[in-house]
Design a protein around this ligand. Sequence first.
Ligand code: SF4
Length: 114
Amino acid sequence: MKRIAVIGCGAYMDTGYGCPGEWRCLKAAALGEGEFEEPGQVTAFIKCQCPGRTVVPTVGMAIRLSEIKPDVIHLSSCLVNARPGCPYMAPEDMARILREATGIDVVLGTHDYH
Ligand code: SF4
């Protein structure tokens, strides 16, 4: 079973517009739905915070403190599909930076529930 880290958009998580961090990402990961190829285990749920500078070190700290290196990182659907979009970084750029910093594959999105 794959170990999964999910990164949610903190701006959404704090205001709660069908936000990451309640059930959607977790259900999709558990059941292997949406952007998850198979049922997996979420070992970290990380909150990006504007302007996004801390997301890479926070992922690194989560890996170090949990002593679990995830097999894959998913950017939450709310982070990827936000309208208006993140004013600081395109999701594709965040994915590339995370891939380069961690060596872990990064998938854009988590679920397609409403
Ligand atoms: S930097 Fe972008 S992705 Fe991160 S919390 Fe702020 S708006 Fe969301």
